[in-house]
Design a protein around this ligand. Structure first.
Ligand SMILES: CC(C)(COP(=O)(O)OP(=O)(O)OC[C@H]1O[C@@H](n2cnc3c(N)ncnc32)[C@H](O)[C@@H]1OP(=O)(O)O)[C@@H](O)C(=O)NCCC(=O)NCCS
Length: 245
């Protein structure tokens, strides 16, 4: 799984018209778009116009500007890019949520997507006929890193993190976090998938990222995980799963 896919990375810049860029998504290719979160007032206003009423209402409910801007710029880019791949207008697109809250297109299509945003950066991933999950985290000092690892991560991951030198812990912790989060987002089960039922590597350049799944060890072979290049301030990963129904 995944070895037959090619990953292509693009930078989404404010004011981009993806249809003018003629970026098509072939079957054996995964596209990952990186968008810096630069809340420019005119861009926010433009992209707000692409959203449906429900999304605009949701945006208004965010009390913190940065959270509202992240939502608007993520949804705006998502609509622009999906519209380009599907040959539709961004405003026409409708989403639905799975029972675990994963947004999907509300129509029959082989196009799958997932998005993630963190302080300063948005990632948007697209692929045909596969499940996909993406996650990006800003690397920051996390005083409770080992406590959180003991509580949420698997024993193997916790041990690997405990063995890291102190100065390598923040990057290691968020590497582990983003890889786990990409997998649970791809699975579509969100946090209902127990975080200690699978092991990811904590290493910076591992041969393989998803090391084990429990209780079904065969599950690990049905997924492909890799890191997304986002610079040293961030940790990011993408998970691709078996052909979606
Ligand atoms: C909601 C969740 C899927 C991701 O949350 P997050 O990491 O805070 O947020 P991200 O920016 O990566 O992703 C949010 C986007 O994922 C999508 N999403 C929401 N629920 C989802 C789900 N169940 N599965 C996949 N994608 C989902 C949405 O598009 C959402 O964007 P939006 O809020 O702008 O609509 C969920 O996994 C969660 O709550 N995680 C909390 C973090 C945590 O405790 N992680 C443990 C350490 S691994």
């Amino acid at each position: 799984m995944g070895h037959d896919l090619t990953f292509e990375f693009f930078d989404f810049t404010d004011g981009i018209d993806p249809s003018a860029a003629h970026v098509a998504l072939p079957f054996d290719v995964v596209h990952v778009w990186r968008r810096p979160l630069l809340p420019d007032a005119s861009v926010l206003e433009q992209e707000q116009k692409l959203l449906c009423d429900e999304e605009r209402e949701r945006a208004l409910r965010y009390r913190v500007d940065s959270a509202r801007n992240a939502f608007l710029l993520t949804r705006g880019a998502l609509r622009l890019l999906l519209a380009n791949y599907l040959g539709e207008s961004p405003q026409q697109l409708r989403f639905r949520l799975t029972e675990y809250g994963k947004p999907l297109l509300d129509r029959v299509t082989d196009l799958h997507f997932n998005v993630s945003h963190t302080d300063g950066l948005v990632l948007l991933a697209f692929v045909r006929k596969h499940r996909v999950g993406v996650d990006v985290e800003k690397i920051r000092t996390q005083p409770d890193a080992l406590k959180l690892a003991r509580r949420f991560f698997s024993d193997k991951e916790r041990r690997e993190l405990e063995n890291l030198p102190t100065d390598a812990l923040p990057a290691g912790f968020f590497r582990c976090w983003s890889r786990k989060e990409a997998y649970i987002k791809a699975s579509g089960k969100g946090l209902s998938l127990p975080l200690n039922e699978f092991d990811v590597s904590v290493k910076e350049h591992p041969g393989q990222i998803l090391l084990a799944t429990r209780p079904d060890p065969g599950e690990a072979r049905r997924w492909f995980l890799r890191d997304v290049p986002v610079g040293s301030e961030y940790a990011a990963a993408i998970a691709i799963g078996d052909v979606a129904e």
